[in-house]
Design a protein around this ligand. Structure first.
Ligand code: G3I
Length: 378
């Protein structure tokens, strides 16, 4: 008797093929290079893309390049697609470094995440120059510049970048305030977000458009971001998903991450984890304005570092279990490849921080083992 082909049977068949392919790939990877570990992209091949954030300069470093080539099938431009690099002057674009990263990724069949079109940090001054005494004309001028920039950049990378963080970190950090105060907000009010999304969609009908932010694991920040997301959806703004940066520290209860992913799913949107790392230090807020207030550096090889690596592994494992439970999670990107290339070794102060899954020489850390174990539930 012929079995009726339903969407469910098709999905089941696809899942079977996927897991069979995954174990074959994993076995091949182990056979080919016995001294190396199974690539993360193989462990999660059936679930989500594995991303790493790097710049073209980082890829000159052998450890970083090997980690990317071995483990990632998505790369985020850590800096080279930001406006202060591409658009330092009005109407003059410098795509050289962005193009170099895209070319590397195309050569190696790696997808590219575009980060980011609009951000309060590093936004060149020329966007905001003009006579503010005529508010209507001034607004129109800044809006035109924003739309021109977004259109030109998205058009340049059309078909090469699969997802853009259209706006980055627009939710406020303060209680009772939804939108973050920024040059963009001061010039255009909250509408700058809508203008950017609509211009991006007009320039590329196929690219995924994301709003990206940190702290979505915390209830107050999450509520502010969701308020923005809901208002965009109510206006029919073309928004495909939410990027959760997840710059974490130990110890952190990851349940807030689960809640955040569920809340986004409930709105019918996709999720991506966009900047994951797990720092050794839970600094006081004052450390971000006065480095003397930051926690002192741990000593390499000390008991504390060993404890941190264990706690970090535990958190990474729990996080990847959570990501695996949410079909809406399409990609999980770490902010860097190995500990040799993390922004946290110099920010908020210069000190020993080893926040990633691979160490400074590219070897897997305890975090890798915890993630590998979590992948069996994927
Ligand atoms: O490349 C120059 C180098 O030539 C120069 O000698 C040196 C002196 O300061 O600066 C180098 O540029 C630095 C660049 O990182 C590359 O390392 C910039 O000063 C520094 O401001 C820049 O910081 C970046 C930061 O965003 C600001 O754009 C970090 O690398 C990058 O990791 C960080 O990424 C952000 C995400 O975009 C948004 N979420 C938070 C995340 C971490 O802050």
């Amino acid at each position: 008797m012929r079995q009726k082909v339903t969407r469910r049977t098709l999905l089941a068949a696809a899942a079977l093929l996927c897991s069979a392919g995954r174990s074959t790939l994993a076995a091949a990877a182990q056979r080919g290079r016995p001294a190396t570990v199974t690539p993360l992209k193989t462990l999660f091949a059936c679930r989500f893309k594995i991303g790493m954030a790097v710049d073209p300069n980082d890829l000159r470093d052998e450890v970083t390049r090997d980690l990317v080539l071995r483990h990632a099938n998505s790369v985020t431009a850590e800096n080279v697609l930001k406006p202060h690099i591409i658009g330092a002057r009005e109407g003059v674009y410098d795509f050289a470094r962005g193009d170099a990263l895209v070319a590397f990724c195309r050569r190696h069949a790696i997808a590219v995440r575009g980060h980011t079109l609009v951000w309060h940090q590093n936004a060149p001054d020329w966007f905001f120059r003009g006579d503010r005494s005529d508010p209507v004309a001034y607004r129109a001028l800044v809006r035109r510049r924003l739309e021109r920039y977004v259109t030109d950049v998205v058009t340049h990378y059309r078909g090469k970048v699969y997802v853009w963080d259209v706006v980055n970190e627009v939710a406020s950090l303060k209680d009772g305030e939804v939108y973050r105060d920024s040059p963009w907000y001061r010039a255009l009010g909250p509408d700058f977000i809508e203008y950017a999304f609509r211009a991006a969609r007009a320039a590329d009908p196929d690219v995924l458009l994301f709003i990206n932010d940190f702290g979505t694991e915390e209830p107050a920040k999450r509520q502010r971001l969701l308020t923005i997301v809901k208002s965009l959806l109510a206006k029919g703004v073309p928004l495909d998903g939410v990027g959760h940066q997840l710059h974490m520290t130990t110890p952190t209860d990851p349940d807030g991450v689960d809640t955040a992913l569920t809340a986004v799913e409930a709105l019918g949107l996709k999720n991506q984890i966009t900047e994951l790392d797990v720092s050794f230090y839970k600094d006081p807020q004052s450390c971000y304005t006065d480095a003397a207030q930051c926690l002192p550096s741990l000593r390499r090889g000390s008991q504390e570092v060993g404890d941190q690596l264990g706690a970090q592994a535990l958190l990474y494992g729990r996080l990847y279990r959570i990501f695996s439970r949410h079909p809406s999670v399409q990609a999980v990107t770490t902010w860097g490849a190995g500990d040799n290339g993390s922004w946290l070794s110099t920010f908020p102060t210069r000190r020993l921080d080893l926040p990633l899954i691979f160490d400074e020489t590219g070897l897997p850390k305890p975090a890798y083992e915890a993630i590998r174990a979590a992948s069996s539930t994927a």
